[in-house]
Each structure stands twice: as C-alpha cells, then as structure tokens.
Design a protein around this ligand. Structure first.
Ligand code: FMN
Length: 179
C-alpha cells in the first residue's frame, strides 16, 4: 500500500506528530512524508492509496495566511519562546488541499491543538477531514488531535499516541476497499 503523509507545521510540533504517525504506519506500506511546501507532495498524494493530512489548529480551524503571519510574529516575540520551522509555510493545508485535482480512495486527518477543552480549542482535523471527504476520499478512522501545552510543547505521551494512531490507521486501511 502506498501511503503519503502531508503536514503543515509552524513551530515543529505537527512535524514531530507527522513523523510519529509515519513510524506507526511503516509496517503497513511504503510511507512518504512531505510538508505542504514540497513540490512533490501533490503528485505523490494523488497517486497514493492512503493520504494522511495534518496541520496546527489556528483560530479553531485550519490556518489562514493571516494566522500564519501571526505565528511568525509569535516566533519573533521572546516571551513566546517558539522557533519557526525552516520549512514553516508558505502555504497551509487549506490551500494545499484546494490545489488537489483528485484524492485517493482513503484518507485520515490529524491536528495539533492546545490542551484545553475541545469546545474552546476547536480542531483543524475535522475541517481537513471534511475537505478530503468532500472531494471523494473516505476517512479510514476518526480524525485525531494531539495536544500541546500553553508553552507550545507537545504534552507527554503524545508522540507515543501518534505512533499508535498511525498503527491503528495502517491496520484499518489494510483491510479497507481501495476504491
Ligand atoms: C495564530 C494562532 C492561532 C491559534 N489558535 C488556536 C486555536 O484556536 N485553538 C488551539 O487549540 N490552538 C491554537 N493555536 C495553537 C496552535 O494550535 C499550536 O501553536 C500548534 O498546534 C503548534 O503546532 P506547530 O508547532 O506544528 O505549529 C494557535 C496558534 C497560533 C499561532
């Protein structure tokens, strides 16, 4: 099974989660991971059997140009102690999904968000899942959020949980019809 994981990350947390998910998926197929800014991501995603997409929750949903600009401001603020990823977009998952001509039969969505009640945080992953399923993909397992602290550091155990989510996704996709 060819599996493509595509992520957006401003400060590195979603990248770490994406890499842990890719680890969990590894026994189930050939896994390739891209940021939304890599030119090869679109072609790889469109020809995959399973497309996994994730990004940070910004303003209760997927990032927008203005929220990514705000993230860049956070990185410039010494009080925030966050560092911009070298590959910080650029673009975001919203725009990246908009640019797809087709989607694979199978998909799954994830996000990172603050460790507060979901009703307060919102979650990008539900929006990512909706955009992918609207285009014809089927979500293999429910979307998942991985939590960061107020200091924008992944909470303990979240990377292990991400690996496990990836493994559960791979196992479910392996027995899902591919069309
Ligand atoms: C402009 C901006 C808006 C944010 N809005 C939310 C939000 O509505 N809910 C939430 O849970 N987290 C919010 N966050 C926190 C992000 O979810 C957090 O920075 C992100 O998960 C870290 O992922 P990254 O390191 O991959 O960028 C926001 C962050 C920024 C920069």
């Amino acid at each position: 099974m060819s599996i493509v994981v595509v992520f957006e990350s401003m400060f590195g947390n979603t990248r770490q989660v994406a890499e842990a998910i890719a680890d969990g998926l590894a026994p189930f197929g050939e896994v390739t991971t891209f940021t939304v800014n890599e030119p090869g991501a679109k072609d790889a995603a469109q020809s995959a059997s399973l497309l996994v997409v994730g990004g940070p929750t910004h303003v209760h949903g997927m990032s927008r140009p203005v929220s990514r600009e705000e993230a860049r401001n956070w990185a410039a603020d010494p009080l925030k102690s966050v560092t911009l990823e070298p590959t910080a977009p650029g673009t975001g998952v919203r725009e990246w999904i908009d640019g797809l001509d087709t989607v694979p039969a199978l998909c799954a969505a994830f996000d990172t968000r603050m460790d507060v009640a979901r009703i307060l945080s919102g979650a990008a992953s539900g929006h990512v899942e909706r955009e992918l399923t609207k285009r014809g993909a089927r979500a293999v397992i429910p979307a998942a959020s991985f939590l960061v602290s107020k200091e924008t550091v992944l909470e303990e155990g979240e990377l292990a949980r991400a690996r496990e989510w990836g493994a559960n996704l791979g196992a479910a996709a392996a027995v899902s019809p591919k069309r």
